[in-house]
Design a protein around this ligand. Structure first.
Ligand code: PGA
Length: 251
C-alpha cells in the first residue's frame, strides 16, 4: 500500500521558540498514529531545534530547499549533506514560490533532485500549473514538462520520492482545486512517472495535493488516489494541522 503522508510547510514562519512550542503541542496530539507519516519542514534556522524536539517521536524532519553542490563558495546555500547532518529525511524541491519568486528553473530543480537523492534525502517534488495555464488548457502539458524536466534519466525507486501536485492558483488563496481535478492530475502524473522510469511502480509513489488544504476541505481528496497533503497556512497551528492528520489517519 502507498504510505499516507501529511507534510507541514512552514515557509518563512516561526522563531525557534515558536517552533519548539508547536512540537510540544503536536507530539501530544499525534501520539499513536498508525498509518500516517507526518513530516515537518521548518525554516533552516529552526531545523536543529525541531530535530531535537522530535527525537522521541515518529515525526520526520524536512527542509524547504537544498542546493545541488556538496560544498563550496555558495553564499546563503545549504547542501544535501548539511541537511542530513541537521536531521532531515525529506526536502521540498521546486515549490512554486521558489520557481516564481526566485526564478528556479527545471534545470536547477533537476540538479537539486539528483543531489538530494545522492545524499539519501527524499525529495518532495512540487509541480503545478498557474491559473492562466489552466485556463488555456495547458495544465497537463506544464505538469508533464515539470515532471520530465526534474526526473528524466534520474535513478529513483518508489521509496525515494514524493510528488506534490500544487496548482499555483490554489496556494495561499483559500481556493482549493476540486478533488476530481486533483485526482485526474494525479493519474496523469503517475503516467508521466511510469513513462520516464519504467522500472518503478508509479502507483506506489506517494502523491500529495497542496493548495489551501484545511480540515474542512481535505476529507474529499482522500476518496481518490491522493495519498496525503502538503499544507502551508493550516500547518502553523498544532490543532489545525492535527485535524488534517486525523482525517488521513481515519481514511
Ligand atoms: P497553503 O500552502 O496550504 O497555505 O495554500 C501550501 C504550499 O504552498 O505548500
Amino acid at each position: 500500500m502507498t504510505p499516507s503522508l501529511i507534510i507541514a510547510n512552514w515557509k518563512m514562519h516561526k522563531t525557534i521558540s515558536e517552533a519548539q512550542a508547536f512540537c510540544r503541542d503536536f507530539i501530544v496530539l499525534s501520539r499513536g498514529l498508525k498509518k500516517t507519516t507526518v513530516v515537518i519542514c521548518p525554516p533552516f534556522t529552526a531545523l536543529a531545534a525541531v530535530a531535537a524536539s522530535l527525537k522521541s517521536s515518529d515525526i520526520k524532519l524536512g527542509a524547504q530547499d537544498v542546493h545541488w553542490e556538496a560544498k563550496g563558495a555558495y553564499t546563503g546555500e545549504i547542501s544535501p549533506d548539511q541537511l542530513v547532518d541537521a536531521g532531515c529525511r525529506y526536502v521540498i524541491i521546486g515549490h512554486s514560490e521558489r520557481r516564481q519568486i526566485l526564478g528556479e528553473t527545471d534545470i536547477m530543480i533537476r540538479k537539486k533532485v539528483k543531489a538530494a537523492l545522492g545524499a539519501g534525502l527524499i525529495p518532495i517534488l512540487c509541480v503545478g500549473e498557474t491559473l492562466q495555464e489552466r485556463q488555456e488548457n495547458k495544465a497537463y502539458e506544464i505538469v508533464e514538462q515539470q515532471i520530465t524536466g526534474a526526473l528524466k534519466d534520474i535513478e529513483f525507486t518508489e521509496e525515494d520520492l514524493v510528488i506534490a501536485y500544487e496548482p499555483v492558483w490554489a496556494i495561499g488563496t483559500g481556493v482549493n482545486a476540486s478533488y476530481q481535478d486533483a485526482d485526474e492530475m494525479a493519474a496523469h502524473i503517475r503516467t508521466c512517472l511510469q513513462n520516464i522510469n519504467t522500472r518503478v511502480m508509479a502507483a506506489k509513489i506517494p502523491l500529495l495535493y497542496g493548495g489551501s488544504v484545511k480540515a474542512d476541505n481535505f476529507a474529499e481528496f482522500l476518496q481518490g488516489s491522493i495519498n496525503g497533503a502538503l499544507v502551508g497556512g493550516a500547518s502553523l497551528e498544532a490543532d489545525s494541522f492535527f485535524q488534517i492528520v486525523r482525517l488521513c489517519e481515519s481514511a
